[in-house]
Design a protein around this ligand. Structure first.
Ligand code: DNO
Length: 350
């Protein structure tokens, strides 16, 4: 297991030299943020990122994410050029030593929460999703002031309305067709450059605002892997995204896809499933609904030896900053992952 940590580049409040002090930390997960989605990343920016990380004593081997332009997801004519740019980004990051690229295929909205700083009884704050709050938000009503955290701030209210309308006209099958079109062009390039593509599940793992969402459960994952049956077409197993629905047995899925050699990156996170949604919780199993030991054991038993990062953390000890991405609780998560991995390895090695 290669322990990793997400870092947002020089604008991140969390310092690389602090991340380095987390025991066993080996890899930084990051991306180039200085060009709009769809454009080619400059070699200078990629190399500057790599140099920063290496100077701090770690490696830069995982990109999260090279985002997929909405025109690719919508299957618009511009997609061929945008896919060519995507392939060029794969070649460039591969040359810089990147091994895994995390991405998602969620229309417009990436992860969605209804509150980013919900207070927990212990005085920490966390990210939550409550159905009744989500139900009040209609992205098609431009009069409404309501927005949800995580929405792409680069869209104006009217642009958002237009793009949501375009997606509402797209069926799940249309979106699958556009995903297949993308994968059939991108995976051969990833394979040539020996980079593993790792799709992130829809978060939460159900449809929102009437938009198609197609990477939410086991049958979706089976279908995705079958589109290009090559290990370079793989998964980021996001425990919290799959695990916010009781319908997904994360432990079984972890073992199944690890055995198939298709998990390249894992986001370890615990969630408490509620009747009206879910709350993100501390990583420790007893804090939420997921059995984190069983997930680690399933990965280990399945032969997983890839990258794992602690996922979102709560805000604790008075820390402020990017919701989910402070240092302290994620560092606790990383230490916990080390403990779990040491334990499952010791058990399995007798
Ligand atoms: C949220 C993250 C996601 C993830 C993307 C991958 O904090 O897990 O934004 O990076 O979905 O493309």
């Amino acid at each position: 297991m290669k322990l990793s940590f997400r870092w947002y580049g020089n604008d991140d409040n969390v310092r690389l030299d602090y991340i380095r002090q987390i025991p066993n930390m080996s890899t930084i997960v990051s991306a180039v943020y200085d060009v709009p989605v769809g454009e080619v990343w400059s070699n200078e920016s990629i190399i500057a990122l790599k140099d920063n990380v290496e100077t701090a004593g770690m490696k830069f081997e995982v990109v999260e994410s090279i985002p997929v332009h909405e025109d690719i997801k919508l299957g618009k004519p511009a997609r061929d050029l945008l896919i060519e740019n995507y392939c060029e980004n794969i070649r460039r990051v591969a040359k810089a030593g990147v091994k895994v690229i995390c991405y998602n295929f969620m229309p417009v909205f990436d992860w969605t929460r209804t509150d980013l700083f919900h207070p927990l009884p212990d005085g920490s704050t966390t990210l939550v999703y409550y159905e009744e709050q989500a139900a009040k938000v209609n992205p098609l009503e431009s009069e409404s002031d309501l927005t949800l955290p995580g929405w792409d701030a680069s869209y104006s209210r009217d642009e958002l309305k237009d793009i949501v309308a375009e997606y509402q006209a797209l069926s799940d099958e249309d979106l699958w067709g556009n995903l297949a079109y993308f994968l059939k062009r991108v995976i051969p390039v990833a394979a040539e450059n020996d980079v593993y593509m790792a799709i992130h599940q829809d978060d939460p793992c159900w449809g929102i605002f009437g938009l198609p969402r197609i990477i939410s459960n086991e049958s979706d994952l089976d279908r995705l892997l079958g589109i290009v049956d090559d290990a370079h077409n793989g998964l980021t197993l996001c425990c919290g995204s799959l695990g916010c629905s009781e319908k997904n047995d994360v432990v079984r899925l972890a073992e199944k896809y690890a055995r198939m050699g298709r998990i390249h990156f894992v986001h370890m996170r615990n969630v408490e499933i509620l009747p009206n949604g879910f709350e993100e919780r501390a990583h420790y199993s007893k804090c939420g609904s997921l059995d984190m030991y069983a997930i680690a054991k399933a990965l280990h038993d399945g032969g997983f030896d890839g990258y794992i990062r602690p996922d979102h953390g709560r805000m604790i000890w008075g820390e402020t900053g990017r919701a989910g991405y402070g240092l302290y609780d994620r560092a606790l998560g990383a230490a916990y992952i080390n403990g779990l991995w040491e334990a499952v390895s010791a058990v399995d090695n007798g």
